[in-house]
Ligand binder design. Sequence first.
Ligand code: NAP
Length: 244
Amino acid sequence: MNKVAIVTGAAKGIGRAIALRLAEDGMNIAINYRSNDVEANNLVDEINKLGVRAIAIKADISDFAQAEGLIKDTLKVFGRIDVIVNNAGVTKDSLLLRMTEESFDSVIEINLKGTFNCIKHVTPVMLKQKKGKIINISSVVGITGNAGQVNYSASKAGVIAMTKSLAKEVGSRGICVNAVAPGFIKTDMTAKLSLKAVEELSKAIALKRLGLPEDVAKAVSFLASDDSDYITGQVLCVDGGMVM
Ligand code: NAP
């Protein structure tokens, strides 16, 4: 029987690479997306060609009811949920003096509350199954902080604390909860950065290259597999040695 994984924000970037990798690992995939119908449906076709099943589910995970719908619809189609990767996330960067209340609230609503909404609805399903893997995508700036990202780094630090707290709550029931903290990965999110910012950030990377979405997907693949059954409450940095 194929395992079933949900990947949020999977139409592009890191989420897309994770969905493809878990499909290559033999899992059926529920691709969550917010706006990009075409990209999400293309990914469904690509994954179906790998010999597993994929569905696309449109839902804004910052909305409690829509997150519940995502979990229920996945369960209706596939009958079980073995893995969830809470990947959906946004940035709205600016220095604190210019940061609006709206840009603080919206980043927290999506990155932190969105992760809460998904774990809140998926955990009862995994408790019944007595097994499950919850993988939350944080960021190295949730550990180090970053100028211009008071909202984003707070949301990602919150995701780490949420990961550890839930890991303590559900460990006795066979559920592993871990976070992956990417460093500087080439996606649309980092394409917004200035050349100067890219140069500065690159200097701090021990491996002297930016990461690719596939680098993050490989780590997620491990945490989603049975090979990581004795690992929970951890933060795995995938950052080329940026933070150590
Ligand atoms: P990306 O290319 O901008 O993709 C983010 C995805 O999340 C998009 O598909 C987006 O959909 C989706 N999304 C945003 N808000 C959503 C919502 N409310 N409900 C459902 N989906 C939503 O970014 P990425 O670089 O792949 O980032 C993926 C994750 O890795 C994020 O959590 C990010 O914070 C984290 N991360 C990235 C880096 C990096 O260097 N790239 C570093 C550390 C951590 P729409 O297109 O419809 O908005």
